[in-house]
Design a protein around this ligand. Structure first.
Ligand code: AMP
Ligand code: MG
Length: 423
């Protein structure tokens, strides 16, 4: 006798979501599972911009190297400041920035000085030129000045021997400027991470090719390429690979031979033609996780020879969400960054109602706006399907809805993760 009812298999829309891994747990496991590069290279200063510092920087000099004036004005001895009334000083010369006054200057004399000009011997105080009266080779200075004012001491910014930057620092414009101020022409940075990726699917066609019945254009290699570009890694695009065991295996071997990280999209669901898991189990080691999140539930994380492997879902939005939440922080850590550029979370009032069922963490696509300086509102971009890439294109943030949260009414506050300029 046959069963009268159809037994349901576990599916993506289960509300119970038993056995699912939390987003935080998946993130923690991934971060624990990757380690930083150690290989480094020495590069001319400008080429280190955006790279990760691999050495300790100890200042070889004082910055500034000499005590100098912070203003255009007149350098004098504090002891010569008048207690009352006005005092006249003889001006025997001028100290320009880079052209110090090296002549004699005695008590009761003032040296005209420019911003950055070296303080003449024995002088310790600068009076702004707007606060004096100049008359030929004399200058008149009144009361109301403080001893030592308007002077920048040698080593005030950095002293010789001081630790300035540590390995793991992502080098910004300020950092390369700082390194330049120390006179360093080249520094050691970690080598770039090599990241290979490919798309899987028989239905995928390259851009520029016409679509046959049931076919779609491969967009994941474009979103992945774009997001990797922002990270200053070496990108190796292996292309589209058909859902055939041998071809996928070949692609994996090729990627493992040339990259530190392999990213694939598609082919990790339970469809019969999904070989990614199977091949990885054979060639390396892997964990397959169903994560309590939407979009982007199945994610594979593993190792293939020396390469770390991320198997992302095929749906275009899922790829972007899982890359941003799991792969990006891991790549930053692997690149050697210890100050991994934080992604800030912002509180914002939603101006649209947000639909949600309790159970999974949702990364809904939204538009964050600053209503008045320092105050933010957010609205949903609308349709939230994991295949609707337009929703990512219109959005500038993820609206982060915790698993236990249900629908949110307009006017309530939500937590938002802005991604503008990061992807
Ligand atoms: P899969 O994980 O391979 O079952 O794919 C899930 C969904 O994402 C299917 O609708 C695929 O057609 C789609 N998809 C997979 N890979 C890509 C890709 N590279 N570009 C666009 N859509 C894709
Ligand atoms: Mg597929």
């Amino acid at each position: 006798m046959q069963d009268k009812e159809i037994k349901h298999q576990p599916g993506c829309e289960d509300e119970l979501n038993t056995g699912l891994l939390s987003v935080a747990e998946a993130q923690a496991r991934i971060m624990d599972g990757v380690s930083a590069l150690t290989a480094a290279e020495t590069l001319p200063l400008r080429e280190t911009l955006g790279r990760v510092l691999a050495e300790n920087i100890i200042s070889p000099i004082n910055v500034p190297s000499h005590t100098n004036s912070a203003m255009d004005g007149y350098a004098i001895r504090a002891a010569d400041l008048p207690a009352e009334g006005v005092r006249e000083f003889l001006v025997p010369g001028t100290s320009w920035a880079g052209r110090p006054y090296l002549g004699p200057s005695g008590p009761g004399e003032a040296i005209q000085i420019m911003t950055g000009g070296m303080m003449p011997n024995g002088m310790d105080t600068v009076i702004m030129q707007e606060q004096v009266e100049r008359d030929g080779d004399m200058v008149r200075i009144g009361t109301g000045h403080k001893p030592g004012q308007n002077v920048r001491a040698a080593g005030e910014d950095i002293t010789e021997g001081q630790a300035v930057l540590a390995p793991g620092k992502h080098l910004t414009a300020a950092d390369t400027g700082l390194l330049a101020s120390l006179g360093l022409a080249e520094v050691s940075v970690y080598r770039r991470l090599k990241v290979a990726f490919f798309s899987t699917g028989d239905e995928l066609r390259a851009v520029g090719e016409p679509l046959g019945p049931g076919e779609i254009h491969d967009s994941n290699r474009y979103t992945l390429y774009g997001m990797l570009k922002k990270l200053d890694v070496e990108i190796i695009d292996i292309g589209v690979v058909k859902d055939q065991r041998e071809l996928i295996e070949q692609a994996f071997k090729k990627a493992a031979g040339c990259a530190d990280v392999i990213i694939t999209s598609g082919g990790v669901s339970v469809g019969e033609a999904d070989f990614v898991k199977e091949i990885l189990e054979k060639l390396g080691s892997m964990s397959f996780w169903k994560i309590a999140m939407k979009p982007g539930r199945p994610v594979t994380f593993g190792q293939l020879d020396d390469a770390v492997f991320f198997g992302l879902p095929g749906n275009p939005v899922s790829v972007m969400v899982t890359f941003f939440q799991f792969v990006r922080p891991a790549l930053l850590k692997m690149s050697g960054e210890t100050d991994a550029a934080s992604v800030y979370l912002v509180r914002a009032r939603t101006t649209t109602a947000l639909r949600k069922r309790p159970g999974r963490f949702e990364f809904q696509r939204g538009v964050l706006e600053q209503s008045v300086p320092g105050e933010f509102t957010v609205h949903s971009v609308g349709a939230q399907g994991s295949g609707i890439l337009r929703s990512m294109s219109e959005a500038n943030c993820f609206i982060m809805l915790e698993p236990e949260q249900s629908g949110i009414e307009a006017g309530q506050e939500v937590l938002v993760q802005p991604f503008q300029n990061l992807i």
